[in-house]
Design a protein around this ligand. Structure first.
Ligand SMILES: C[S@@+](CC[C@H](N)C(=O)[O-])C[C@H]1O[C@@H](n2cnc3c(N)ncnc32)[C@H](O)[C@@H]1O
Length: 406
């Protein structure tokens, strides 16, 4: 039997081959020869193995009405919102994300390199679109971000000159492009930051831009086994919808909540187990805070329950989502693939960056099934309010756009 030399294949694929040959109790070589032979027989000589995703792993088409619409993905990260909107009939016409590692993932997953810094964006190059989606940076408003900035004596919220003011860039884009619908996402703390003043400014700004605003805090725990509360803001151009969009957020899905154990992989690499030094440190840290009467500390996850919120700093010590490893053993952290699943990203999306970058990217992302559920309600408004035109609902300059189509 010939020997097969495996080189230069993605790590995910290599792991899959190892897992499969292991569970088939055969050597990697014999497993691959079997696989190639089956592929040859099944495809009449056309070997099609790894460039296509097995049908069972492909994203499922959205249930219910599918209305084609276009959208822009701003502060795109790795495209959590994009996956959700695509699942309900949206096609992305423009993306913007300045982190080069997130851009790498985005290109691998969606085949396009997002535009870089939003502050350099020439709005004339930005295509018209039906929905403007933006999960704008949350650090200036998140509890962790605010306490860190406070401890460093730095300004937070809108006073953070580099990140806080990005909302106003967004407002400028909305004012110029006048998308019929906007979909914004941020941490729940945005609503209480600076005694509610930040939230008021955001509402007032969108109101002045003449958008009918709906918002809801959604806990991703209804979709994935993770406690993750985020505020979703959906706005409809009043000039087009006359303040009567009829939009409603969906109630949470019924049925049992997903369980943390369902996202765990088999036999993770021992490198994900915490070292004695780190585990001792985390236990002492938690003990110190317990004595002071506050709840800071690690999160040992109940396998039958849901985890704490995965944060972008998970790569540092993994402390917020630890996994028990059995008696007398140090706990472990999530593997990047498990982090992806905890966020609702499907397994067929290959992780193309280092573990550190992957944790940062997933910790920053929007949970795609949550974006999908909000996107479905937006599509519902399109379906009921607007007659489909040329396969697209785009408001074009030079005609009456959406207003004319109603
Ligand atoms: C909360 S994350 C976005 C999550 C993403 N929308 C999703 O659906 O998963 C915010 C993103 O904004 C990006 N960002 C921050 N400042 C930016 C800027 N000035 N221009 C472009 N992207 C920026 C960050 O790199 C980060 O990936």
């Amino acid at each position: 039997m010939p020997d097969i030399l495996i080189r230069k294949i993605p790590k995910e694929l290599k792991n899959w081959i190892d897992d499969q040959s292991h569970s088939a109790r055969t050597s990697t070589n014999a497993f691959l020869i079997d696989l190639l032979d089956n592929a040859r027989k099944g495809n009449k000589g056309q070997i099609e193995l790894f460039d296509s995703v097995p049908a069972t792993e492909r994203p499922k088409p959205a249930s219910g009405t599918q209305v084609p619409f276009t959208f822009c993905d701003l502060f795109a990260g790795i495209g959590g919102i994009r996956l959700g909107l695509e699942a309900v009939g949206g096609s992305c016409v423009f993306s913007c994300e300045y982190d080069k590692f997130a851009q790498r993932t985005y290109r691998a997953w969606f085949g396009e390199l997002p535009h870089g810094d939003i502050r350099d964006l020439d709005l004339a190059t930005m295509p018209d679109h039906d929905v403007l989606a933006a999960g704008f940076p949350c650090q200036p408003f998140s509890i962790a971000g605010v306490s860190k900035k406070n401890s460093l004596g730095r300004k937070h919220g809108f006073l953070d000159q580099t990140q806080g003011t990005l909302f106003f860039h967004l407002a400028k884009i909305i004012e110029t492009k006048r998308p019929p619908v906007i979909l914004l996402e941020n941490v729940k703390n945005l609503m209480s930051h600076d005694k509610g003043k930040t939230w008021q400014v955001i509402q007032d700004t969108l109101d002045k831009l003449d958008y009918e605003i709906h918002f809801q805090v959604i806990n991703a725990a209804d979709f994935v086994p993770q406690h993750r509360k985020r505020v979703f803001i959906v706005g409809f151009d009043r000039k087009l919808f006359k303040g009567k969009s009829g939009f409603e957020f969906t109630p949470p899905p019924v049925g049992p909540q997903p369980k943390f154990k369902d996202i765990l992989g088999d036999a993770p690499d021992p490198k994900y187990t915490l070292t004695d030094k780190l585990w001792n440190y985390l236990q002492k840290y938690a003990e110190r805070h317990r004595k002071k009467g506050n709840g800071f500390g690690f999160g040992m996850t109940d396998l039958e329950g849901v985890s704490r919120t995965l944060s972008a700093r998970y790569y540092k010590d993994g402390s917020e989502v630890l996994i028990p490893n059995g008696p007398n053993k140090n706990p472990r952290r999530l593997t990047p693939r498990e982090a992806a699943r905890l966020m609702g990203f499907p397994d067929h999306l290959e992780i193309v960056v280092s573990d550190t970058q992957a944790y940062k990217q997933f910790g920053n992302a929007v949970v795609p099934p949550v974006a999908e559920s909000v996107g479905r309600q937006i599509a519902q408004v399109f379906a009921t309010k607007i007659t489909k035109r040329n396969g697209c609902l785009l408001k074009k300059s030079g005609n009456k756009g959406l207003a004319e189509t109603r």
